[in-house]
Write a protein that binds this ligand. Structure first.
Ligand code: C5P
Length: 228
């Protein structure tokens, strides 16, 4: 049975880098489910849908065509054929995504897409509800955490390096602002009714606060080795 590795955890816990690193090391595919929720949110904002209006978001959830590439070396995400890898990382999308992702119709649609991509397995999947809802049968389930301060610092660094040109204003995001925005997002993500961020009962928790990226990847690879 091809392996499925579920990597869940809050924002800034280091999930993306670790997940891609594990997928590359094992020759597996990689799926960033957060990018799919961001792509949906980007489309809603662009379509002028008020993201706090859950009924309106639900009514439009079936409209955008969202496609995810699964190469860990060059993951792609597109909406209606347009590559949105850059635009989905703006602060505007980041601050709206939790409202959109809390709408059950959005989750149903994206979870179905995610299960289609996961298919027979051979993939590392990162998100918030992979071990609990999307792939409860995953052979390896990791819940990655880090202290709030470490997570905010990582996010601020990501924002600064991701953004260019007309997104330059976003770079004004200070660590303090990032920390407040992130705490708000994590609060919404973990308290929503529809599949909240949660550690699966059978997930192994890894606290990455004091670990290097290679150490986190090594820990996950050891777990994968044990479950094979
Ligand atoms: O991982 P990332 O920070 O890109 O995720 C963006 C947002 O997408 C999260 O804050 C959360 O609201 C939503 N998300 C989710 N379920 C997932 C992955 C992400 O609700 N499996």
């Amino acid at each position: 049975m091809p392996l499925v590795i579920a990597m869940d955890g809050p924002s800034g816990s280091g999930k993306s880098s670790a997940s891609k690193g594990v997928a590359r090391a094992l020759g597996l595919r990689y799926l960033d489910t957060g990018a799919m929720y961001r792509a949906m949110t980007w489309w809603m904002l662009r379509a002028g849908v008020p993201v706090e209006d859950a009924a309106e978001v639900a009514a439009r959830a079936g409209d955008p065509k969202i496609e995810s590439g699964t190469d860990p070396g060059a993951p792609t995400i597109s909406v209606d054929g347009t590559d949105v890898s850059g635009p989905i990382r703006t602060r505007e999308v980041t601050n709206a995504v939790s409202a959109v992702s809390s709408v059950p119709a959005v989750r149903e649609r994206l979870v179905a897409l995610q299960r289609e991509i996961i298919g027979a397995g051979g993939i590392v999947v990162e998100g918030r509800d992979i071990g609990t809802v999307v792939a409860p049968g995953a052979e390896v389930k990791v819940y990655l955490t880090a202290s709030e301060a470490v997570r905010a610092a990582r996010r601020a660094l990501e924002l600064a390096s991701d953004q260019t040109g007309d997104q330059a204003a976003d770079q004004a995001a200070t660590v303090t602002v990032t920390q407040a925005e992130q705490a708000r997002r994590d609060r919404i993500d973990s308290t929503r009714a529809a599949s909240p961020l949660a550690k699966a009962g059978d997930a192994i928790e890894i606290d990455s606060s004091e670990l290097t990226l290679d150490e986190v990847i090594g820990a996950v690879l050891r777990l994968a080795e044990e479950r094979r």
